[in-house]
Design a protein around this ligand. Structure first.
Ligand code: UDP
Length: 233
């Protein structure tokens, strides 16, 4: 089947059914907008299993996404959507770029979850943008911006609760949304340790891509341990 798109971590293929795509998770891992890059066997499988599990859990809580079903260890079927070129980041605890940008100490708990928009544009290095920028770039209008923020916060609540049940803290995560042919905005892309920061509640162990970014051990062992925790739910 036709390969429609190949990104850093996934390939998107057409299927025989209009409106349905096949996502194949790749064994590649990158950090720093591709500056660090490796092939790590088994990583695609883990992110596919974790994303499928999390999208299914969100669905059970009434939160729809593009996800239809997992069809193999490394593949899932999804609804075709037009991806909105925003990385929507939700933060509960300070880590990563916000510690450098605004001087929050790593580990600082925010009084309320923070939603940020980054413009998905590799050439520009995915800059942080304001609501007004989003409007001027014709990415989304006021109503759509409100929809994106409200959805991101609901997804955060649901994910925090899932992580809490397995003694983990959801520090931050990045999600993407897409528009259906009807114009509805739905959650798309993936939710995996590549796109979240997840810390143990009782120790300084973490279960996310920072292990790779900071060369602190095997991401396969890390992601597998995280999956095992989710499967115990
Ligand atoms: N994130 C992501 N893709 C990106 C940038 C960030 O999935 O291109 C995730 C990242 O894993 C973290 C959250 O978004 O969970 C916030 O990332 P941050 O802005 O702190 O950027 P970083 O310093 O991690 O690049």
């Amino acid at each position: 089947m036709t390969l429609l798109y190949e990104g850093k971590a996934k390939k998107i293929h057409a299927t025989d059914t209009e409106g349905i795509l096949r996502v194949e998770y790749k064994d590649e891992v990158t950090a720093g907008n591709g500056a660090k890059k490796d092939y790590i066997e088994g990583k695609g499988r883990l992110n596919n299993l974790i994303t499928s599990k999390l999208f299914n859990s969100l669905k059970q809580q009434g939160l729809e996404s593009h996800f239809i079903e997992q069809i193999s260890e490394t593949e899932q079927l999804v609804q075709s959507v037009d991806i909105i070129p925003l990385e929507v980041v939700v933060r509960n605890i300070a880590a990563g770029s916000i510690t450098k940008r605004l001087g929050f100490d790593k580990g600082h708990s925010f009084e309320q979850p923070l939603v940020e928009f980054f413009y998905k544009n590799d050439k520009l290095n995915d800059p942080l943008i304001t609501d007004d920028h989003v409007k001027l770039l014709h990415i989304a209008n006021d109503d759509e911006i409100s929809t994106l923020k409200a959805a991101a916060l609901k997804i955060n609540e649901a994910l925090v609760s899932i992580m809490d049940q397995v003694d983990l803290r959801l520090v931050d995560f990045k999600i993407e949304f897409g528009k259906t042919t009807k114009g509805d905005i739905i959650l798309a892309d993936e939710i995996s340790p590549d796109t979240c920061r997840i810390w143990d509640k009782h120790s300084d162990v973490n279960f996310d891509k920072d292990v790779y970014r900071e060369d602190r051990g095997s991401i396969i062992d890390t992601y597998q341990t995280f999956l095992n925790k989710l499967e115990a739910l």
